[in-house]
Write a protein that binds this ligand. Sequence first.
Ligand code: ATP
Ligand code: MG
Length: 602
Amino acid sequence: MRLSQMLFVTLREDPAEAEIPSHKLLVRAGYIRRVGSGVYVYLPFMWRVLQKVSQIVREEMNATGAQECLLTQLQPAELWQESGRWDTYTKAEGIMFALEDRQGRQLGLGPTHEEVITTVARDMIRSYRQLPLNLYQIQTKFRDEIRPRFGLMRGREFIMKDAYSFHVDEASLKETYHDMHDAYCNILRRSGLEFRAVDADSGAIGGSGSQEFMVLAEAGEDEVLYTDDGQYAANVEKALSLPPDAVPSQFTTFEKRETPNTPTIASLAKFLDCSPTQIVKNVLYQVTYDNGMDVLVLVNIRGDQDVNETKLFNELTQCAADYGGKAVIGLEVPDAEAQAKWATKQLPLGYIAPNLEDSYIQGSETLAPNFLRLIDKTAVDLENFITGSNESGYHVVGANWGREFEQPSRVVDVRTSMVGDRALHDPTQTLKSARGIEIGHIFQLGTKYSIAMNATYTSEQGEENPLYMGCYGVGVSRLAQAAVEQSYDKDGIIWPVAIAPYHAIVIIPNLSDVEQVRAAEAIYNELNAAGVETLLDDRNERAGVKFKDADLVGIPFRIVTGRSLKNGNVEVVKRAGHEAQEIGLTEVVAAVKGWVDEALQA
Ligand code: ATP
Ligand code: MG
């Protein structure tokens, strides 16, 4: 392609909307254009990158035996009502764009496709003989994200590859899950990305496995905890570890103490000159279930620990049936306004004790009259601990479970793992932290959707059983931008060869020099004929502008038909390290082709 004939506009200045390097660079180099919040046009260069990523994904999916299809973006509300997700997706999280057609029927724009694929499976899969089956698609997804940002990283319209597998049992599901894990590793490796597969939260479904594929980068929105021995890596939402040991309490008798202005753990520990590990912290939450029921939750946890809301969310989902619900649709720390709706009197905030009375709650048809009391494992074994007294300005010290306070019967693990914690698999290893960009997620769904939507098959023994399912997503557009986030320098993008929009660019420094033009045209044609995707910068611009643009756009190999021509050479520059060399006119095509082939083989 000749640059003179392309829609090619680069910007010298960073766009105001962009915060992270990859976003700035993709806009500046003319890859993407914003048309609205979280909505971007993929310009021709970007589209080539996305096609390449898609092709790698496609090859790796096909290699596992998965089959490509294309599901519908318009999805009838009834399907989502069957799975029980319509309200959560349109109201609670509000992530689904919902609309109404001319007949007044409700539809959503697909944020994901479990419902659609499960109906197809219900209609078409009859027998164990048709299993296992794995279908995938590469398609635009729509999500009304709360905070669209970082360009393609968190868009409201983005490209995803999603696959869904169906099985007779869990063993078959695990086999495919394992193959998909390997395929995902291949996709990321072939795309030239450094990544880590980490244990991920599998939500309230629990039990079954789930892993995320993280590209490590400062701009990542996720936190990954890992050990240096390579044996453990997990999203902080899911990570497990050993908390530090508690310091034995110096308060051996129970008493109430005046502790003015100590509503936080830090201020209390300072005032009493004690370790936060001796304190039982009592944290209040308000959970909303899908049947409209609200419940106030009191979590006891050791003072130096924090509640992990993902883990708490999962625990509360397990409790849903006790309140007539199925799913959690909201979880928050109730603010003053929320408290005003149910508190019968002023809560002793900052001084709450584990035995905070239920009489603080004005129960109603939609609000449980009792606290749901949960105790985190870290608080269970504490002796002679310090905690609130239910009276502002006072705490108690030397308290014990089973004596001054009844220990909640529901023991949970909702603590947040932290940097420095000892690892479970080897306590001599401590957890380290890194930022990660989630590129892919693979998930053993089990029978959640098939049971909800009644998707069954007939087994060899003639029994009607629910299908086992797995689902597997890769953010194609996010992956492409993550590659930039991982590989750039002060001059611009440095694309991995496998997903670069073009492999090479031939630059004519001086258009009025016929020698330069003739040599450049010849190399350009020969490279393309040899299968090296090559651009020709034949614009009527200064040489300096062309070099700057080539660096910004990030094409891996640059060939310049400049001064060295009189020695029968061209200058060749590798974008990654700006490493320049002169190569003979007759050898340059073979040399560049060799580098490209080598890179693509990796
Ligand atoms: P996140 O936690 O980042 O919102 P998710 O858990 O919602 O991701 P999935 O539903 O598992 O993501 O989707 C599969 C993949 O799609 C993700 O791993 C990610 O690469 C990509 N993806 C998800 N949301 C977006 C988005 N708003 N913009 C671009 N890519 C996205
Ligand atoms: Mg999301």
